[in-house]
Design a binder for this molecule. Sequence first.
Ligand code: NAD
Length: 480
Amino acid sequence: MKVIKNYVNGQLVSPVFDKYIENIDPSRGKVYSMIPDSTAEDVELAVEAAEKAFPVWSSWSKEKRSDVMLKVAQLIEQRLDIFAEAESLDNGKPLSLAKSVDIPRAVSNFKFFATAILHFASESHYMESEGFNYTTRKPIGIVGCISPWNLPLYLFTWKIAPALAAGNCVIAKPSEITPMTAFMLSEICIEAGMPAGVLNILHGLGHKVGDAMTRHRKIKAISFTGGTKTGEMISSIAAPMFKKLSLELGGKNPNIIFADCDFDDALSTTMRSSFANQGQICLCGSRIFIERPIYEKFKAAFVEKTKNSLVSYPTDPKAKLGAVVSESHMQKILAYVQLAKEEGGTILTGGERVLLEGEYKDGYYLKPTIIEGLSYNCRVNQEEIFGPVVTITPFDTEEEALMMANSTQYGLAATVWTTNLKKAHRVADNLQSGIVWINSWLVRDLRTPFGGVKASGVGREGGFEALRFFTETKNVFVKS
Ligand code: NAD
C-alpha cells in the first residue's frame, strides 16, 4: 500500500511521531493508501526549514524564481495522465474531468503566477511641488496555505503558486481526504530543483496540523479555502495575532433563468453548473430560479436530461458523474434529501444512492437530484449541501428573483440567463455575489479577482490580487 510522506526541507520524510491515517478510494469505498498524521512538531520542523530558506529564496531574482516554477509546471504537464489518474482515484471524480480540468488548471496556475510576477509592478504617486511617493511590495516571509478536497491540486496550486512567485516560503496542507497529488507535487519540486525549505507540504488532519499552522506565530499569513465554519475557527485564532488572512469559503449559488434566455444554452450549461464534479464545486449553482413562463418547459427538459446522466465508476469514459468524496459526505447529502421531503419538497428525479457492481459495489455514488416545491428560505435552500442536489423555484418578477437569490448568508457566485443586455447588467449589479456569470458558467480568466462576499469569504485571489495578498506594502515619501 502506498505510504505518503511529508515534504520538509527539500526531503520526503515520515511525520515526527510516525503515525498515519487511512486514505480511502471513494469509488470502491476501500482504504488504498496511508497518509502522515502530522502534528505541531512537524509544523515546527517545516517552519525551521522555511526560516532558513527565506533569505535565499526572497533574494533570488524574480526571473530565477519564475524559472523553477515553470519547470514545476512543465513536469506536471509531462505527467498529466498519471496526475489525472491519481486525482480521480483519490477524489472519485470522472477521470475525463481530472484530465480536462483539474490537472491542466494546476499547470496553468504555476505558469500564470511564474510569469505574472515578471509583470507585477508597484506604484508611484507624484505630488506637485511637494515630492513623490513610491510603494514597495516585499514578500511576507513564511505563509500557510490550507486547501480542500473538491479540486485538490487545482486549489492547492492556486494558493502555493502566487505565494512562491512573490518570494515567500510556504507551508502547505492539502485536505487529508485527497492528499495524493500534493504528495506527487512534492516529488516534482525536488526534481525541478526547488531549493530546500521553500515549499513544505504537511499532511494530516485539520484540527491537528492545520490548527498548529494557524497558531504558529512565525507563519505570518494564512490563505484558506474550505468550509465557512472552519474559516470562522481559523480567523478566531489568526486574527488576534494580526495575521494576514484570505478566506475562500462556502456558497449557495443562485442561477437566475429569465424567459428570454437562449433556452438550449441555459439548459446544457445548467446541467454542468448543477452536477459537474458531483456538484462539489464551490461555484456550482444549487438554487435555480426560473421565470414562470418557461418554468414547466425548463423543468421537463432538465429532469429528462438529468435522468439520462450516467453515474458510473471514474474511469468509465461515459460517466457524467463519479463518486462523491466520502461516505460521511454521501450521508450528509442524503440527509439533506430527507430534510427536503420533510420541508415539503418533491423529488423530481434522483434522491438516492446508486449501487454499482463488482469492485465498485461499496463506492459512494449518488443520483443527480432535482427538488421542487420548497420555499426559498427553508434550510435546504439556505444551507450548503455541496453535492449533486439542486432545487428549482419559479419566479414572476426580477425583484422577486433577486430577493430570493440574495436571501442566504452566502455570496460567492451567481449565474444570470437572459438575452436582454440591460437586464443582465442590472441584475448582475444587484446580486450580492463576488462573481457573476452572464449566459455562461465557470469561465475563468486567471487575471480576474476571485472570491465571495458575506459568509463566502474575505479577500480575493487571482491575478495581481493574489500577489498583493502575499506581499507587504510600504509607502516611501521623498520630498522634492
Ligand atoms: P473543510 O473546511 O472541512 O477543510 C478544508 C481544509 O481545512 C482541509 O485541508 C482541512 O484539513 C483543513 N481544516 C479543517 N479544520 C481545520 C482547523 N481547525 N484548522 C485549520 N485547518 C483546518 O472544507 P472541505 O470539506 O475540505 O471543503 C468543502 C468546503 O470548501 C465547502 O464549504 C466549499 O464551498 C468550500 N470551498 C470553497 C471554495 C472557494 O473558492 N470559496 C472553493 C472550494 C471549496
